[in-house]
Design a protein around this ligand. Sequence first.
Ligand SMILES: [Zn+2]
Length: 452
Amino acid sequence: MSSMLILFFAEILLCCAHSAGDSVPKLLLVSFDGFRADYLETYKLPHLQEFIENGVLVKEVRNTFITKTFPNHYTIVTGLYEESHGIVANDMYDADAKKNFSQFNDSDPFWWNDAVPIWVTNQQQGKGASAAAMWPGSDVKINNTTPHFFMKYNFSVKFEERVERIVEWLNSSDPVVNFAVLYWEEPDASGHKYGPRDTQNMQRVLEEVDKHVGFLMNKLKASGLWDTVNVIITSDHGMASCSAEKLIVLDECLGRNNYTLIDRTPVAAVLPRQNKEDVYNLLKNCNSHMKVYLKEEIPDRFHYRHHKRIQPIILVADEGWTIVQNESLSKLGDHGYDNALPSMHPFLAARGPAFRRGYSHGSLANVDIYPMMCHVLGLAPRPHNGTFANAKCLLADQWCISVPEAIGIVIGVFMVLSTFTCIIIISKNRVAPSRPFARLQLQSDDDDPLIG
Ligand SMILES: [Zn+2]
C-alpha cells in the first residue's frame, strides 16, 4: 500500500515537473553569418519565406561598428555596443595585459568578461539551462560559466550535426533547456570568395542556406518542438563587393617600422611606434578613400571610442575599398565598413508563440534584440544599449502602434471631438428662442403709439 502511495505521489511530482518544463518559454537564436539583408529580395528562398510568412520580418538590422563577426555576435547576445562589451574587432591587442586575440585564439575569458551574454544570465536567473552550437564565445567560460550544453568551435562540423545536437538539447528534461544559440559560417565564407554581385554562385550558396533552414524546421517539427519553441533567424552583417582596383596601400605612405597593424581591413587599427601625430599626419594624407581618426575623434554615432582595446588611430575604408600594406587581394567581398551602409545590414526573422504572425517591420538596431529576447524568456535584462520599446511591434503580447496609426488615431479623436462640439453648439442655438419672443412682445407694445 505504502509503495503504491509513493508511486502515486512520484507520478504527480513527475507530471508537475514535466508541465512546468513545458510551460517555460523556449527560444532558439540562429545566425547565418554574413546574410546581407537584400539577399532575401534577390534570391528565391522558399523555406525562409515560409518561416517568415508565419512570423515577423525585420527587413534591415542596423548592426554595430565595426561590422565584423565577433563584435556583432557579442552585441546580439549582450545588447551592448562594442566599446561596452570589449570585443572591438576580430583581431585585438590589449596593451595592459600584452595579450593578442584572433579568431584562432579566442578562448581566454579575459576578452569576454566585460559583459555577460544572455546564455549566462539565463542560467544565473534560474529560468533554465542554455545550449550552444558554435556561436562565437559560447565555448568560453565567461563569468566562470559556459552554457550547460555546448560544442567546442570546429568549422568542419556540419550544419545538420549542429542542428541535431541543438534539437536534442532543447528536448532535454533534465535540465530543461529554454535557450539555445546556433551558428553557421555561410553565406559569409562564399560572400568573401565570390563577392555579393556574383549572383550565379551566390544563388547556389543561398539555396544551400535555405535548405538548412528547411532542415532546421523539419527537425523541430519531427521532435514536437515546432509549436512551442520561438525561433529567431538573423545575422551579424552584410557584404560589399571589393576589387583589386580599389586598394589603399599603406606602404606607399609610411614605413612599417612606424606602427603595428593590429586589425587590418576595412577598418584598420593602428598602434603607432613612433610619434603618434607624425603617424597620423602621414596616414591622413595617404588616400582619399580612407578616413583617418585619432581615437578621440571617432564619430559619436559609431559608439566606438571608450575602450582600451580600441587603438590610438583607426582607419576606415570607403565601401568596396581594401586597406593593405602591399599585399594583393584574394577576395571579392568584404564587410566591416561603416554601419550606416545598407550593404552592411543583415535581416531578422522570428516565429513562435511569442511573435506576431505575418508582420513586416522596416528596421531594428541589433542592440534591441537583447531586451526582446530577455522579454521572451522572462529574464531581467542586464544594463544594455538597446530599447525594448523598439521591438514591441514584433511581439504577440505587446500593444504596438506605428507612426501612421498614431496620426490616424489623433485625427480620428479630433474629428469626433469637433463633431460633438458642433452638435452641442447647434442644439444650444435651437433651445434658446425665449428671448426673441420677449422682444417681439415688447416691440408689439412699442407699436401702440404708431398705431395711434
Ligand atoms: Zn560574420
